[in-house]
Design a protein. Structure first.
Lengths: 275, 461
């Protein structure tokens, strides 16, 4: 079944994806993306738009390529040996895979939060100050202090750590570490935040806090979140995309995907028969 | 030859017991339908019962009989010799042993011949007793073990317990050897400190033990021999410092390159090549230092108007530095690789360049481990002997100038102990005091290195 989708610019895209892959006001447009690890194809012809200040979740069974697709946006796949990305990903009218693109400012624009909390073995303050320092965002110590304070406040961590900013970040609890990583990511004022299963290593209470935080951050940032928990996708995101075996099967409003999925595979996954 | 066959028999008996034990266990299993452990554990159980006590007795007799003979032979040494002023039991025993080995010149006294015949006789007897005893113990032990086989015998648990004891005994042996070495050095050092006060040894500024003989001969040169070890330790640290100035930057930079920048293929070629450096015998480094580097530095120094001693600390330190590069690079490489990928990813995702990640994320995280590797390299440099014996001088100058000839603790120990020495003189004993001080220093350094490395391990937990 091949459905021709038409976007605002009337560009023809050949895709098997069910649902509308386009958005009104796209921040990122990806077209016909293929990703290969050596000879193995991990992503097969995926096209998807992400609009600004929306939260979109990518769901699907393990190994379906959702994390790989996420890492295409900030070119983190570059660091993996033998990984090759084909297709077209445009961020604010700029093709991010164009040879002239420098990944440093690109990654400063796109923050990332990982599956396992990975604070640097530095103090809480230095963890957050790291990004602003390397990008020269603060010219004085006071400016840096205020960036750190604001980021920690926005990550909902300030009250818990304000008296021990110089103690090591690795000494915090798992949930606090993850919020520290979020503070670190937002300290460089990104426009998009990628989250790769940010709650899979956390307990339910810490998860609830992070989800609340994601909800708050969604007002200012585009957030792409990969998750294994369908409840989480349903709780935090406005749109949901379902991946299976490297293909984007279905995309749509979260409410619609979870109540009336169009595709049989999506329905099977959501009702717990795959995965 | 007969002993060899006896030895084979000694090995054969436990093997036979093993198979017999297995077979019996099998029979019981067929009859009873149920055994506590797997069949081969019963065989092993009987084997260990037969083997371990016999090995124990064998070793006891092997080691113990010499001590017994040395005691028994007292009756055959004439009273006249025993009472003489320079009587030494060790020398007498060597004299007797030499006859047994056929190494002697001229006519030996009758009592020595008699004693050697006696010892030969006793040795043969002891060997016979040893083998008959061990073989019978092996048979009896196996039988006792065999008798214990029944369906409820927890042979697996017993075998595992015995194996744990064997493993523990091996590690105990390694520790005891170290303790033995340290104590032998301590006792000789104490004899030295009885002659020369420790304060003079530790704080004295001149090292001049070679006049010791002349002094004792009373040739009017009293007071010339001195045992101040400070120049030696200064020389050791000077050379080690030069070595570290070479090894730490080169080793660390190559470790960073290999672990962070090199492609897989480059790494697979360069790392083994670098580790070859560690496999070169130090004596080869020694003549490289003495024959190539030292003359080169000397003529190079002349060109720019510097007076470089032909056995300069610089030459020895330079070559020693090359030698310890692999220690620094290999350990640092391991430590850098141990920094989790997730932390690198975090750095890259924030938009760091590779350099920023290496300098600001990976190196600070790996720093304690890198310091640990450097301290291990220091203790290696301090203990290094062959290079300094060949390339550094023997003159104990108290100098901090790397262009001068200095000497090291290890080089002095070698010169003192090479050749025939009388073990009564302060000169010879001073080698042990030097060794003891060196052991203490490297022990402290190793202790700190391990401590730092251990602290590092807890960082990511």
């Amino acid at each position: 079944m091949v459905i021709m989708n038409y976007n605002n610019n009337n560009m023809d895209i050949e895709t098997k994806t069910i649902g509308n892959i386009f958005t009104e006001n796209p921040k990122i447009t990806s077209r016909n993306v293929n990703v290969f690890y050596h000879d193995k194809q991990a992503i097969n012809n995926v096209s998807l738009d992400i609009s600004s200040k929306e939260i979109i979740s990518l769901i699907g069974p393990s190994g379906c390529g959702k994390s790989t697709f996420l890492r295409c946006f900030n070119r983190m796949n570059d660091t993996i040996d033998g990984c090759k990305v084909e297709g077209n990903i445009v961020l604010d009218d700029q093709d991010i895979y164009h040879p002239s693109v420098d990944v440093v400012p690109l990654r400063a624009k796109i923050g990332m939060v990982f599956q396992k909390p990975n604070p640097f073995p530095k103090s809480i303050y230095d963890n957050v100050a790291y990004g602003p320092k390397i990008h020269g965002l603060a010219s004085t110590k006071d400016e840096l202090d205020s960036i750190v304070e604001l980021s920690l406040k926005n990550a909902g961590l300030w009250n818990e750590v304000k008296d021990r900013l110089q103690s090591p970040g690795t000494g915090l609890s798992g949930g606090q570490q993850q919020r520290l990583c979020i503070a670190r990511a937002i300290a460089v004022s990104p426009e998009i935040i990628l989250m790769d299963e940010p709650c899979s290593a956390l307990d339910p209470i810490a998860t609830a806090k992070i989800e609340e935080l994601i909800h708050q951050l969604g007002k200012n940032y585009s957030i792409v979140i990969v998750t294994h928990s369908m409840q989480q996708a349903a709780r935090v995101s406005q749109r949901t995309a379902y991946f299976h075996l490297g293909e984007l099967i279905e995309v749509g409003l979260t409410k619609q995907i979870f109540t009336t999925p169009q595709d049989k595979q999506t329905e099977a996954y959501i009702s717990g028969r795959i995965g | 030859m007969i002993t060899f066959y006896l030895f084979l028999v000694l090995l054969l008996i436990p093997t036979i017991w093993f198979f017999y034990g297995n077979k019996t266990a099998q029979k019981i299993k067929l009859k009873n339908g149920k055994l506590h452990s797997l069949i081969h554990y019963y065989g092993l159980f009987v084997l260990l019962y037969s083997l371990l006590p016999s090995i124990f007795v064998y070793i006891i007799i092997l080691v113990g009989d010499d001590i017994l003979f040395s005691y028994l032979i007292n009756d055959y040494i004439p009273e006249k010799i025993k009472n003489s002023s320079d009587y030494n039991k060790v020398i007498v025993m060597t004299q007797i042993q030499n006859i047994l080995d056929g190494i002697y010149f001229g006519e030996q006294p009758d009592w020595v011949k008699l004693a050697s015949e006696k010892i030969e006789h006793w040795s043969n007897l002891s060997l016979l007793v040893n083998y008959s005893l061990t073989i019978s113990i092996s048979i009896i032990g196996g039988f006792l073990g065999f008798r214990r086989i029944n369906p409820d015998l927890r042979s697996r648990n017993s075998v595992e317990t015995i194996i744990i004891y064997v493993l523990g005994f091996s590690s105990l042996l390694a520790i005891l050897t170290t303790v033995g070495i340290v104590f032998s050095v301590i006792f000789e050092s104490l004899r030295f400190f009885a002659i020369i006060p420790a304060s003079e040894f530790l704080f004295g500024l001149t090292w001049n033990p070679q006049f010791e003989g002349a002094e004792r001969a009373g040739s009017g040169q009293e007071g010339l021999a001195s045992y101040g070890s400070v120049p030696l330790f200064v020389g050791t640290f000077l050379i080690s410092f030069v070595a570290l100035c070479i090894a730490v930057p080169i080793g660390l930079y190559s470790a960073i390159y290999l672990s962070e920048y090199a492609s897989k293929k480059e790494r697979s070629i360069f790392k083994p090549l670098l580790e070859i450096l560690a496999g070169i015998p130090t004596v080869v480094y020694g003549f490289f230092a003495a024959l190539t580097v030292a003359p080169m530095l000397r003529s190079g120094g002349t060109l720019i108007g510097l007076d470089v001693a032909s056995e300069s600390a610089l030459a020895a330190g330079f070559v020693m530095g090359i030698m310890i590069i692999p220690f620094v690079s290999s350990l640092s490489d391991d430590v850098i690789n141990a920094v989790p990928q997730s932390i690198r990813d975090a750095g890259y995702a924030l938009g760091s360049t590779k350099n920023e990640v290496v300098l600001q994320v990976i190196l600070p995280a790996a720093l304690p481990g890198i310091i640990g590797s450097i301290i291990l390299a220091v203790s290696r440099a301090i203990g290094e002997t062959m290079i300094v014996v060949m390339a550094a001088g023997l003159a104990a100058n108290l100098s901090f100038n790397p262009l001068d000839a200095v000497t090291t603790v290890t080089a002095q120990i070698v010169t003192i102990l090479v050749g025939d020495q009388e073990f009564e003189s302060a000169k010879t004993l001073s080698a042990f005091a030097l060794a003891l001080t060196l052991i203490v220093i490297t022990l402290i350094l190793n202790f700190y290195a391990l401590h730092i490395v251990k602290k590092y391990r807890e960082q990511y937990e």
